[in-house]
Every structure is written in structure tokens, then in C-alpha cells.
Design a protein around this ligand. Structure first.
Ligand code: 0A1
Ligand code: ZN
Length: 892
């Protein structure tokens, strides 16, 4: 069988750099037809390095000049091949221990459709250097363990590019000839080149200040496309909140006098933490109540915080190599999660994280791209900015936090910075700091960094009334994934011993109280199977396991419907109250799926009653929590349940069963939903913060259920509310909730609402993305054809990642039933996009290709369609490495 997976590189082959760079002086001149980059590098041989030539990376660079210590280098001294410049001697003499290397190259930012390196977006120029984009700007040893101090002079036409920005401090500006000007920036901190950034553009700026706790003033600036200043207030507020939070919680202060955020409409990812000059996807900066939803506002909070927190976890202490990516990403996600928990609701934040993990990371861990948070090998690093490295990485950091406690965790962070500030380090260094600061042995825990796959945790509990004793036996297992098999084939050892799993446990008594005095006890499971005994338990408890989702595992625990209902009602941990509801709903839905999604006799009345209780409770206490509880398990999560049980995923039956349950609840609880809708009517002007976010979420959720009513009620009573909310709500949260619901209905109101929305918002790119997305995720038949039609619409641009994500990725990843259509049309659509896009933007194409991850879990007829699509991509001439890795592994 052909696989064609590209060459892997291995962690075990890491060697320190042969040469170090102390300083970099860059001069970037932007011209109409090209940019010219002059670089002067002060290099020195690394005493701890392996010796050898001075090797620099360089991609798509037209070399104009090359000199060492001022003398132009004769061609016999260097070799330029395979994106590498290897310098063996200085005009016949051996290379000196220290040398100054000067290069001059030309690059073509206007032709850079990959959006990696220096590229054009609209009328401006921007950079993206993580992971390996700097080599597309100049020749350089492009690896994170080479840290240098940068100065950068940018020169461009003054009129078209009034703002010239780079990292650090602005140290000089001036005029050049022909209406050009220049600005010189100096970054006082040594950094790896992936943190370099520059911007040359015409932008509006919102300025502010932040007084640090040590009394320094930091100038803050948010730069946006002209005319959008009224959309950056929230991002600025989020930045100030993040700065204050990091001082309070971690004692970490901003270390620069100037901190800038620049928003750009063409960007492959969410945002980038370049030192002092973060570059953001507009999606995570621009927001106004009428253009952005509550979720968008919260997304901005989190991403602004994330990039800001990287200043310490990522920039001051960086990664030795890209295998260590989770060192900065897992830790920084953990930090932004904690920020989210502190500034919003801790319980709701956690529930949303757990849901996201199950929808995206668990399937990844079960598929062909499974990898540990620190992979031992990869072909293309851009494919490893994954849910595993980020989200599971954060779960691993959270488990350390759970095992050692907040105080020791904080000491561990302090120790980590004391030891490693200014260094490029490994995940072991982080764990060692946590171990040394806490005194807790984390040697076994390190297996979490090396194992792929989601462990299974089997629990068995027994209560002995006479002895007043509860006994709990926990057994862990983790089957090898595609990743481990590949390692084995490469002759690499796998450490498959048991993991160190923190199992947070509560014992809930019949009266709803906690039996354990400390309510929750963290059981450190270290053996394959272990029994824990609890004495003095007055009555048979219902065990609440993995409170707060204390470990990213699948739980296998036979609890009956009444026990789950008891936890739903009484568990003192809100995350596990939610979890109990999800487990109950999953069980019911699996029965419904087994019935082909037909009928309703698989829906017990007890579940309807439990939903009613949750709703009542939400009206009295916490609407946001109730809204989370009323979201049924996602189709992707149900699919994983089927796959985990060894069955072929049936996307149709899953979809039908889920809708049937929603319709049943709508019919049975109509009066209650109506009462809730009325009770939750807004009483105050819109704000994206506070309790009104939860009330809006619950009200819109209720409206969604009401829209599942029979045609008569729908048309008479619900449709008018949906159309009124689409056209009349002053905030995007309510508008998009109604539009998303309407987009699932085959009614003339649907078209009218979509058309009106488009004509109102066609000038606002991010809102147009929402318009594309609600259509791509529609349940209606013909959605794939509509997606194809929208790809030809003026609103779509395959070169803009946000558009591709809103339309194509939403269809492939968030509309499983249409993506996995039995006739193969979803797969063909994806393959068409991937083959076209891979030559332009391999990173984005590879992300879309990940939609095929679970193709082997569907039935044979669908598999045949998926295989044909994958093989068509694989056979594409000149296939980009990014896509080749994903498709090659899928076909292995
Ligand atoms: N480090 C950024 C994410 C990021 C990664 C890669 C990029 O280009 C390939 C861009 C951004 C973060 O974690 O926010
Ligand atoms: Zn990050």
C-alpha cells in the first residue's frame, strides 16, 4: 500500500546548535515589487555544540550578497541547497570562533500566500514567524534555542505605511528619499527568531497605559484597520485585566515599556505572542455589541490573556526545540483557563473546556494523528499546533496543580523562572521545578508527556453498611495508538507503565451532603489497579468521580440512572452535576441511536423530569450553568462513544436520535420553556459581562428548543420570534442565535433573514464569516451544495483563512452528518478544497485535511468514498508536506 508520509524528525536526534547568534541587526526595506532584507549577525561557535559549518535556514530567499567580517564570500566557501546555506570557510581560511555575517536577500511578500514570513494583507505588511517563518525573511539558524538580541530598521513609503513597528522600543525614526521614512526598533531581551515581528501599514491606534505594581508605566496600543477604532475597546480592557491578573496570581509583571497588539484580517491562527508586538487575527480583537457575540467577547478575553501570558511562559522562558511546544502552550493555556475562571464563572469555564476537549482532543487521540503532548517525532511542526499540545497540555499542567496544590504550584512557577529565565528549556525542566518546589515525586507523572491516547479508568465501588465502609477500586488502561505503533516500527522504546492519575473523589450521601470532611479528596492513582477504602461513611453514597474533570480520561463506572440523577441534583461540584447529566443523556442517546434514531420510547420520563428541574434551577440560581446542562452531548462525542464501543459510527442515526430527543423535550416541556423564555427577557442594556450572559445563553437555548416544536406551533408562535430577533435584537448574540436556528428550518423566513443579514453586514468581514458559518452548519438537505455555491460567492475568498474556516472547516468539522454524507459528497467537497488550497496555504489545507481523521470508524461504503478522496489528495502533484503528513498518516 502506498503511504507517502514524509520524512520524520526525532526528538532523540536533538543536538545543540553548532553556532550561536548574539545580536541581529535587520534592515527591511519595503518596495512595490519586493522587499529587501539586510541582516548582520554576530555569530560565535557554541562551546557546547557539535562543531562544524555555520548552517543557516532560508526559504524562498533570493541571495544578493554574502560577507563574513566585511569580506564578500567566494562561492566555493558556501553551499546553498535544500533551503539551507552552509558556510564552511571564510575565503579559504577556517571559520573564526566569532564572526560577523552579513547577508542581503530579496523576498516577495506580495506573492506569499502561505502567510508565513513577511506577507501582505490588504494594504499592509505583517509577519508570522512561528514556527519556522523567520527563515522566509532572512538566512538564520531558525531554531528556538538560538536566542539573540534584535534591532530592526524598517523603511517604506511614508504615505502608504505610516506605522512601522517591530519588537521592543522605538529608538530612532527619520526620513529617507522619495517620500520614504524609516523607524528603528531595539528589543532589549534576547529571543528566538520565532518571536520576531514587524508591521508596515496604515492603521488606527487606540492607546492606553498600565501602571505595574512596581510603579512603572507601560504604554499600551491596539492597532486596527482604519475606521475600526470603535471595535477595540474590549481587547484593550482585556489586556489591562490580564496584566493585573498575572501580577496578582503569579507575581509576574510586564517587562517592556511598550506593548502593542496589531490586528490583521489574514492570519492562519488566532494570534501570536511576538515580544512586545503581538499580531492578532482580527477575530480576537474587533468586537462591538452589534457585531460580536458573548462568546466572541469571551474569546477575545482569553486570547488577549493567552498572548500576554506568553511573555513569561514562552518568551522569557522558551522552548529548547519544537518537540517541547507544549512547555509553553500547555502552560499558557492553563494560565488563560485560570484567568477565564477567575474573571468569568469557574464552573462554566471548566465545563466549556471539558466539552471542547471531548469534541476535539479525544477524537484526535483516537485517530491517525494521535500524539503525546510532547511528540517524539513529527514531519511538519505546523501540524502539531493541536488540541493535544494545547488543550491536553493544559490538562497535564492542571493535574500537576491538582496533585501538589495551589501554593506549591506557585512556588514551582517561581522556581521555574528563577532557574530558567532567559533560557530555552524542556518539559523535564518544568516538571523538575514543580517537583522540587513541592516535594511531590513527579517521576512517574512524566509519562503523561510521552504517551498518546486517552486512558480508560474503570471504577468499581462497594458499600458495606455494617462496617460503614466504602471501597473503591480503580483500574487504568491505555491501549497503544497509531503513534506508538509508528514509534515501535522506528525501533523506539515506549514506556507503557501506569500513569500517575489524580482522581478527585466525592461521596454524595442520600441527603445530598458530602460524606468526606474535606468534601473532595484527590486519590493519587499510580498503579494499574488500586483499592481505596473510606471508613465512617454513614449510608450508601453515590461516588462522584473525577470532580472538576481532574484527569483527561474516559471513565467507565456503572452507575444507574437514579444515581446519575442524584448527582445531577446534589453533587457539590457543579462540573460533576453537569457531567452526570451528560452521562445520562449519552446513555439515552446511545439507546436512541441503536433504534436508528426512530421513535421515542427510548426516552425515559425521568430524563424529561430531570431537564425540567435543571431549567427551574437555572431560573432561580445560575442561568449560565443551566444553559450548559441543557446542551445535549455533541454528535462528535456520541460518535466517539460508538467508536469506543467497537461499532461503526452512524452519523445519520446519531443526528436523528439527537434531534428526536430535542423534539421530545420541546413537546413535553413547552410550557416550561415558554415560561423560561418570558422570565429571561432582558431587563437592562446589553453588556458582554456578568450574569446577563448566562441569561441570554439560557433564553436562546430555550428558543432553540421551542423551534423544535411541531409545524403548527413553530409557525404560529416561534417563527415570529425568530424573525423579530434576527432583525430587531440590538446585539449579535441574540441575532446569531435566532439566525442559526432559522438556518435549520426549511421556510421562506430563512432565506429572507439570511439575505437581510448579508446585505446589512456585507462590509464587516467578521460578521460575513458568521453568515457563512450558520449556512455551513445547517441541518437542511442540500447543505453541501450550498457550501459549494457559497465558495463561488463574492463573500468567499479561499486565500483568507477566516473565510475557509467559517465555511469549509465549519462544514467538515461541525456538521458531521453532512460531511459524512452517505453519497461521499462531503468528502469530495473537502478534497476539492484541500487540493486547491494546498499549493497556496499548506497550513490551512492541512487543518481541513484533519477532518478525515475518523474515516476508518464509519461504515464500509462511506470508507470507500473517504479513501477515494484521501487518495486523490495524496496523488496531487507537488503535494505540500503539511498535507502529505496528515493524509499519509490517515492512509497508513
Ligand atoms: N503561538 C501562538 C499560536 C501560533 C502558532 C503558529 C502560528 O503560525 C503557524 C501562529 C500562531 C499561540 O499559541 O497563540
Ligand atoms: Zn500559545
Amino acid at each position: 500500500m502506498r503511504t507517502d508520509t514524509p520524512q520524520s524528525i526525532y526528538l532523540k536526534d536533538y543536538t545543540p546548535p553548532a553556532w550561536l547568534v548574539d545580536t541581529v541587526d535587520l534592515h527591511v526595506a519595503i518596495h512595490d515589487t519586493h522587499a529587501e532584507v539586510r541582516a548582520t549577525l554576530a555569530c560565535r561557535r557554541n562551546p557546547a555544540g557539535p562543531g562544524g559549518a555555520l548552517v543557516l535556514d532560508g526559504e524562498e530567499l533570493a541571495l544578493q550578497e554574502l560577507a563574513i567580517d566585511g569580506a564578500a564570500l567566494a562561492p566555493f566557501c558556501y553551499a546553498l541547497a535544500d533551503d539551507r546555506l552552509a558556510i564552511a570557510s571564510a575565503n579559504g581560511a577556517p571559520l573564526p570562533e566569532r564572526l560577523t555575517l552579513a547577508t542581503r536577500v530579496r523576498i516577495a511578500p506580495d506573492a506569499n500566500t502561505q502567510l508565513s514570513g513577511l506577507y501582505r494583507s490588504k494594504d499592509g505588511y505583517f509577519t508570522q514567524c512561528e514556527a519556522q517563518g523567520f527563515r522566509r525573511i532572512t538566512f538564520y539558524p531558525d531554531r528556538p534555542d538560538v536566542m539573540a538580541r534584535f534591532t530592526c530598521t524598517i523603511e517604506a513609503a511614508r504615505e502608504r505605511f505610516p506605522q512601522l513597528l517591530s519588537n521592543g522600543n522605538l529608538v530612532a525614526t527619520g526620513d529617507a528619499t522619495d517620500g520614504r521614512h524609516w523607524a528603528r526598533w531595539e528589543d532589549p531581551y534576547a529571543k528566538p527568531c520565532y518571536l520576531f515581528a514587524l508591521v508596515a501599514a496604515k492603521l488606527d491606534v487606540l492607546e492606553d497605559r498600565f501602571a505595574t505594581r512596581s510603579g512603572r508605566t507601560v504604554r499600551l496600543a491596539v492597532y486596527v484597520e482604519p475606521g475600526k477604532l470603535d471595535q477595540c475597546g474590549h481587547a484593550m480592557a482585556a489586556l489591562k485585566k490580564s496584566m493585573a491578573w498575572d501580577e496578582r496570581r503569579f507575581g509576574l509583571e510586564m517587562d517592556l515599556d511598550h506593548y502593542m497588539i496589531v490586528a490583521v484580517g489574514d492570519f492562519n491562527m488566532g494570534a501570536m505572542e511576538n515580544k512586545g508586538l503581538n499580531i492578532f487575527n482580527t477575530k480576537y480583537v474587533l468586537a462591538r455589541p452589534d457585531t460580536a457575540t458573548d462568546a466572541d467577547f469571551q474569546g477575545i478575553d482569553r486570547v488577549v490573556a493567552h498572548e500576554y501570558f506568553h511573555n513569561w511562559t514562552g518568551n522569557r522562558v522558551t522552548c529548547r526545540d519544537w518537540f517541547q511546544l507544549s512547555l509553553k502552550e500547555g502552560l499558557t493555556v492553563f494560565r488563560d483557563q485560570e484567568f477565564g475562571a477567575d474573571v468569568h464563572s469557574r464552573a462554566v469555564t471548566r465545563i466549556q473546556e471539558v466539552r471542547a476537549l471531548r469534541v476535539a482532543q479525544f477524537p484526535e487521540d483516537a485517530g491517525p494523528m494521535a500524539h503525546p503532548i510532547r511528540p517524539a517525532s513529527y514531519a511538519e511542526i505546523n501540524n502539531f499546533y493541536t488540541a493535544t499540545v494545547y488543550q491536553k497540555g493544559a490538562e497535564v499542567v492542571r493535574m500537576i496543580h491538582t496533585l501538589i496544590g495551589e501554593a506549591a504550584f506557585r512556588r514551582g512557577m517561581d522556581l521555574y523562572f528563577a532557574r530558567h529565565d532567559g533560557q530555552a528549556v524542556t518539559c523535564e525542566d518544568f516538571v523538575a521545578a514543580m517537583q522540587d518546589a513541592s516535594g511531590v515525586d513527579l517521576a512517574q507523572f512524566r509519562r503523561w508527556y510521552a504517551r498518546a491516547g486517552t486512558p480508560h479508568l474503570k471504577a468499581e465501588g462497594r458499600y458495606d453498611a455494617q462496617a460503614r465502609r466504602y471501597t473503591l477500586t480503580l483500574t487504568q488502561s491505555l491501549a497503544p495508538t497509531a503513534y506508538e505503533k509508528r514509534l515501535q516500527e522506528a525501533g523506539l522504546a515506549i514506556d507503557d507503565g501506569p500513569l500517575h492519575i489524580p482522581v478527585a473523589l466525592g461521596l454524595v450521601l442520600p441527603d445530598g451532603s458530602d460524606a468526606l470532611p474535606e468534601k473532595t479528596r484527590v486519590l493519587p492513582l499510580t498503579q494499574q489497579s488500586q483499592t481505596f477504602v473510606f471508613d465512617g461513611i454513614p449510608a450508601a453514597p453515590v461516588a462522584s468521580l473525577l470532580r472538576g474533570f481532574s484527569a483527561p480520561v474516559h471513565l467507565d463506572f456503572a452507575q444507574g440512572d437514579e444515581e446519575l440523577a442524584h448527582l445531577m441534583a446534589w453533587d457539590s461540584d457543579p462540573v460533576n452535576r453537569w457531567e452526570a447529566g451528560q452521562r445520562l443523556a449519552t446513555r439515552i442517546l446511545l439507546a436512541g441511536i441503536a433504534a436508528g434514531g426512530e421513535g421515542t420510547d427510548w426516552i425515559p420520563d425521568t430524563f424529561v423530569a430531570a431537564v425540567a428541574r435543571v431549567l427551574d434551577d437555572g431560573l432561580r440560581h445560575d442561568a449560565a450553568l443551566a444553559a450548559e446542562a441543557l446542551i445535549l452531548p455533541a454528535e462528535q462525542v456520541l460518535a466517539e462513544e460508538m467508536a469506543g464501543a467497537g461499532k461503526a459510527i452512524d452519523p445519520e442515526a446519531i443526528h436523528r436520535a439527537r434531534i428526536a430527543l430535542r423534539r421530545h423535550l420541546a413537546a413535553r416541556l413547552r410550557d416550561r420553556f415558554e415560561a423560561a423564555w418570558a422570565a429571561l427577557a432582558p431587563t437592562e442594556p446589553y453588556s458582554p459581562d456578568g450574569p446577563q450572559v448566562g441569561r441570554r445563553a439560557l433564553r436562546n437555548l430555550v428558543l432553540g428548543y421551542l423551534a423544535e416544536s411541531d409545524a403548527e406551533y413553530l409557525n404560529a408562535s416561534v417563527m415570529p420570534r425568530l424573525t423579530a430577533q434576527c432583525s430587531g435584537a440590538g446585539n449579535m448574540t441574540d441575532v446569531i442565535a435566532a439566525l442559526g436556528t432559522l438556518a435549520n428550518l426549511d421556510a421562506p423566513e430563512r432565506t429572507a433573514a439570511l439575505d437581510a443579514f448579508h446585505s446589512r453586514w456585507q462590509g464587516e468581514a467578521l460578521v460575513v464569516d458568521k453568515w457563512l458559518q450558520v449556512q455551513a452548519t445547517s441541518r437542511l438537505p442540500g447543505t453541501a451544495a450550498r457550501v459549494r455555491e457559497l465558495m463561488r460567492h463574492a463573500a468567499f475568498d479561499i486565500r483568507n483563512p477566516n473565510k475557509v474556516y467559517a465555511l469549509v472547516r465549519a462544514f467538515c468539522a461541525a456538521n458531521p452528518r453532512h460531511f459524512h454524507a452517505a453519497d461521499g459528497e462531503g468528502y469530495r467537497l473537502a478534497a476539492d478544497v484541500i487540493t486547491e488550497l494546498q499549493a497556496m496555504n499548506p497550513q490551512v489545507a492541512a487543518r481541513i485535511a484533519r477532518s478525515f481523521d475518523r474515516w476508518r470508524q464509519v461504515d464500509a461504503a462511506r470508507q470507500a468514498h473517504a479513501r477515494a478522496a484521501l487518495e486523490r489528495i495524496r496523488d496531487c502533484a507537488g503535494l505540500a508536506r503539511d498535507v502529505a503528513e496528515v493524509v499519509g498518516k490517515a492512509l497508513e
